[in-house]
Write a protein that binds this ligand. Structure first.
Ligand code: NDP
Length: 419
């Protein structure tokens, strides 16, 4: 029986909290804390009476370590689940360290202000050393390893779908199907249609920063960087059909490259329709994706934040999105000296998700694994001192909980490979 502090109350948090309430044998009590307390109260009202989990709410600005520390001291949770934004990762980790409480999140740290000179200097050195230019990377959070070990607490990083489940699929494939994995292709397909000319399925700022950046993949122990959307493939996804997909830089590649050094190549592809790409290019060309503040009519605004205010709230896409997602990993490698190929994937239906938790499948496929990661840490199944990604634990209990909590997976032998 555990007490969980959830920070953030957006699209992903909404699903994670619904799922915690379905898992009241682990989560006896949760506190929903976010910048806008009214959203936490509204969610609490919706869930109360339908769950045995006791829910409370709080206001917190998670950019301020002291506020998070004070909240942890007052609430005394067993763990903190960070489903706010990646900008808050480090302040929340600092607070967890100070209070010696386990930490769980779904996305790599990245800075909100990419012009900040201190951050910029570290970033430029990292680009030179590592050879990829994405704003997010694990170095900031891996730097907590020793301090988490000394404090005896667990940091579980990136327990969404990708990263998160995709890395568990890798650990599972290695444990049960391969002696040696040679290549991994992670394929993220959203075959859903929300009917808007342009909208993003999760936080627009984080989403657009990610997909407009250079791509990169891991090959023979180093990074190969590409221009944004330079590498395109078509794939016929089970239960979704043929889609164009593009190679992106993605955070799990970095952790998998480190933790599975025998793997020769790791790539990540995401599907995009032509209309999405045309809108994004146009917005980029006119400067709307910029994170640098500009002065407008005497007021300072950040263009991408202004754009976020104009775009549909991802949480509002649920009722209108139809279709399915298919996210998974294709492996090549060897078992008992023989060449082998395998595909592990999950298919998720947007409307089914909406019926269950009033959310579309992108938030659902992230929020369920966020709850599962928190449940495994809280019940001490995935508990060791230090900072870890999801491929560094026994995958079996996580895979079982995916089946139990709405993300069943399929193992397919001899799939079509991505050229
Ligand atoms: P939303 O924008 O919908 O929600 C973010 C929430 O965080 C909001 O409730 C917001 O509050 C709150 N918040 C923002 N800043 C602060 C702050 N300083 N203090 C306290 N609360 C704050 O985002 P999503 O739910 O779409 O995404 C949540 C996380 O999930 C992100 O980190 C994203 O990168 C990650 N993600 C991971 C995926 C994966 O597969 N691993 C896939 C998709 C997303 P307010 O309501 O006031 O704005």
């Amino acid at each position: 029986m555990s007490r969980l502090l959830v920070i953030g109350c957006g699209g992903v948090a909404g699903v994670a909290i619904h799922k915690c309430c379905q898992n009241s044998k682990v989560f006896e009590e949760i506190c929903i804390a976010s910048r806008t307390k009214a959203k936490c109260d509204a969610l609490m009202e919706k869930l109360q009476g339908k769950t045995k989990t006791k829910i409370t709410t709080a206001q917190v600005d998670a950019d301020k370590k002291e506020e998070v520390t004070a909240l942890i001291r007052a609430y005394q949770p067993d763990a903190v689940l960070n489903v706010a934004l990646p900008y808050q990762d480090l302040t929340i980790m600092d607070a967890c360290l100070e209070c010696k409480v386990d930490y769980i999140d779904t996305a790599n740290y990245e800075p909100e202000d990419t012009d900040d000179p201190t951050w910029r200097a570290i970033y430029e050195k990292r680009c030179e050393e590592k050879g990829f230019t994405a704003y997010f990377d694990y170095s900031w959070q891996w730097a907590y390893e020793e301090r988490f070990k000394e404090a005896g607490i667990t940091g579980l990083l990136g327990t969404g779908f990708d990263p998160g489940v995709t890395s568990v699929f890798v650990a599972y494939a290695k444990k049960h199907y391969f002696d040696e994995i040679t290549t991994i292709d992670i394929l993220d397909c959203n075959g859903g249609d929300h009917g808007y000319p342009f909208a993003t399925n999760f936080n627009p700022e984080i989403n657009l920063r990610e997909v407009s950046a250079n791509g990169s993949y891991w090959e023979d122990g180093h990074w190969i960087e590409t221009k944004p959307m330079e590498i395109k493939r078509e794939y016929d996804f089970p239960e979704v059909g043929k889609k164009d997909m593009y190679l992106l830089h993605h955070e799990e590649i970095e952790a998998l490259g480190r933790n599975f050094p025998e793997v020769k190549r790791i790539r990540f592809f995401m599907t995009f329709g032509q209309s999405y790409l045309t809108h994004m290019k146009c917005l980029e060309n006119v400067g709307m994706l910029s994170t640098s503040p500009i002065n407008f009519d005497g007021k300072e605004i950040v263009p991408i934040q202004f754009l976020k205010a104009l775009l549909p709230d991802p949480a509002s896409l649920g009722p209108r999105t139809v279709g399915k997602t298919n996210i998974g990993c294709i492996f090549t490698g060897k078992k008992d000296g023989k060449e082998k190929t395998l595909y592990i994937y999950n298919v998720c239906d947007h409307q089914e998700c909406y019926k269950e938790v009033e959310s579309q499948a992108i938030s659902y496929t992230t929020g369920v694994p966020a709850m599962i990661g928190a449940a495994l840490v809280c019940s001490k199944v995935w508990k060791k001192p230090g900072v870890f990604t999801t491929d560094e634990f026994d995958p079996d209990p996580y895979m079982e909980l995916l089946n139990e909590f709405g993300l069943p997976w399929v193992v397919e032998e001899n799939p079509v490979l991505v050229p």
